[in-house]
Design a protein. Structure first.
Lengths: 334, 148
């Protein structure tokens, strides 16, 4: 009898987490997209949306209704199955990644030993989804974008993983809970300031952040959307909620990336001064990083494609290698 | 190698400068004018359509219906009538119509007026749904403004 009780409780827990994580992703997509309009408005001395609801707070609802009422058009000659599958393939891994992220000591859907590995395996899928979407659109702009997304994501996956490998060498675990637990205490215990492990740790964080921007296809690395060159890139032929899903996935990827940066480098749920650890510290750090993502987007123009690849192959990968070597040597000496 | 490092540092520095500029602008006041709710005061030399100038002492238009403006107008959009009241020393205007559809805002009418009786108005909200609304009775408009 106790087994079935546990089973039912497990099912309830599963349902609650699935609903909760999807709601969290959707809520973030809605309100980060509002921030995406408000924050650049401040940068450019404007007000941003302010007509819908108080301070424009209901703008995401209006946007959502607009997207939902639009017709889903399928281009003649496109691969219908892949075309409809692509948005799903992009958004599902983003939400699955959220399942292993520890939001606080007790809040986290799954505490698995290979959490870090799980995130990187899932997050590689959205590249495939975007590429298939672009390919299936039967549109030359979308095809160019499909080719770009592969080149870009391969180039940036390497420095990202090199930095992670160095970090895992220091932490000796893939378990995200344990990685955060190791960083307990004040801010000089965080991985970003773990200079005794490698003096290049702050640089490693910058490499991670840059690669995260490129992996989630954010400006200045938004080569796959590039609206001034490629109409809307891989999303050119998508309308209504098909486009909406790509849109939600973009913000879900940002949330995953910022959460991961918080967990890996900024001490997760720990307070900078060792006081009152908890969910709120995680959220503060995560949203500060999200602000930085928006901030970067509205400060810098889009790079050209060779500039993007140059940055990765000539700067980020060598630097990540130096960091990796240095970490290995320091570990051996210690 | 030296150039490589120099490129990293100068590039990184320029990125920081860019981000500092955008961050500084965040705390400035927006320059947007919320148009339907608020509007800017037009500058003194703004040239809207013409309007009649009133004499502050008598409350009557300064215009004496000399027809100089109507003659000066290259597009013939001004038509006016005047009469001389009994016992008065000069003529007064009784009807002044501006066909704004053909007016090019050249200002020759204002220039030609020797009595300073014409000026540019500061109206710029001039959208209308019918052509007739642009045939303006300036006497009526001016009286409406006086009452306001």
């Amino acid at each position: 009898m106790s087994l079935s009780h546990e089973f039912i409780m497990g099912l309830v827990r599963l349902t609650l987490y699935v609903v909760g994580l999807i709601a969290f992703a959707a809520f973030n997509a809605a309100y980060l997209s509002l921030c995406e309009r408000k924050v650049p408005a401040w940068f450019q001395l404007r007000y941003g949306p302010k007509e819908v609801g108080p301070f424009g707070l209901l703008q995401p609802v209006a946007d959502g209704v607009k997207l939902l009422t639009k017709q889903l058009l399928v281009q003649k000659g496109s691969d219908v199955l892949l075309f409809k599958l692509a948005p799903v393939m992009v958004i599902t891994p983003a939400i699955m990644c959220l399942a292993v992220i520890p939001f606080s000591e007790t809040l986290g859907a799954r505490n698995i030993n290979l959490g870090l590995l799980a995130i990187f395996s899932f997050s590689a899928i959205h590249v495939l989804g975007t590429m298939l979407g672009g390919w299936a659109s039967y549109n030359k702009y979308a095809s160019i974008a499909a080719a770009r997304v592969v080149a870009q994501n391969i180039a940036y996956e390497i420095p990202l993983l090199l930095v992670i490998v160095a970090l895992v060498m220091v932490t000796r675990t893939f378990n995200l809970h344990e990685i955060v637990a190791q960083q307990a205490g004040a801010f000089w215990h965080w991985n970003i300031f773990r200079l005794q492990a490698s003096p290049l740790m702050p640089l490693a964080f910058l490499i991670f952040f840059t690669c995260m921007l490129a992996e989630s296809n954010r400006a200045p690395f938004d080569m796959i959307e590039a609206e001034s060159e490629l109409v809307a890139g891989a999303f050119t032929e998508y309308s209504g909620m098909g486009f909406g899903l790509f849109f939600i996935a973009e913000y879900a990827n940002i949330v995953v990336g910022c959460s991961l940066a918080t967990v890996l480098f900024l001490g997760g749920w720990h307070c900078p001064f060792g006081l009152l650890p908890g969910l709120h510290w995680f959220m503060i750090k995560m949203y500060v990083l999200c602000f930085a993502v928006i901030w970067v987007r509205w400060s810098f123009p889009r790079t050209q494609f060779y500039g993007l690849l140059n940055l990765s192959w000539k700067f980020l990968i060598p630097l990540a290698f130096v960091h990796l070597m240095l970490t290995a040597v320091m570990l051996k000496l210690a | 190698m030296w150039n490589y490092l120099k490129e990293i540092f100068s590039g990184g520095y320029s990125l920081l400068v860019g981000m500092w500029i955008t961050l500084r602008h965040t705390f400035r006041r927006p320059v947007t004018v919320q148009y339907p709710y608020e509007s800017l005061k037009m500058p003194a030399r703004y040239r809207g359509h013409i309007q009649l100038v009133f004499d502050a002492a008598t409350g009557q238009p300064k215009c004496v219906a000399c027809m100089a403006c109507a003659r000066a107008c290259p597009s013939n959009c001004i038509s006016l009538e005047g009469h001389k009241p009994e016992g008065a020393t000069r003529r007064v205007v009784s009807k002044y119509t501006l066909d704004f559809t053909s007016c090019s805002l050249c200002g020759l009418c204002v220039e030609s007026c020797s009595f300073d009786a014409l000026e540019f108005s500061k109206d710029y909200n001039l959208a209308a749904t019918k052509k007739d609304e642009y045939v303006m009775d300036l006497m009526k408009q001016a009286q409406g403004k006086q009452e306001k």
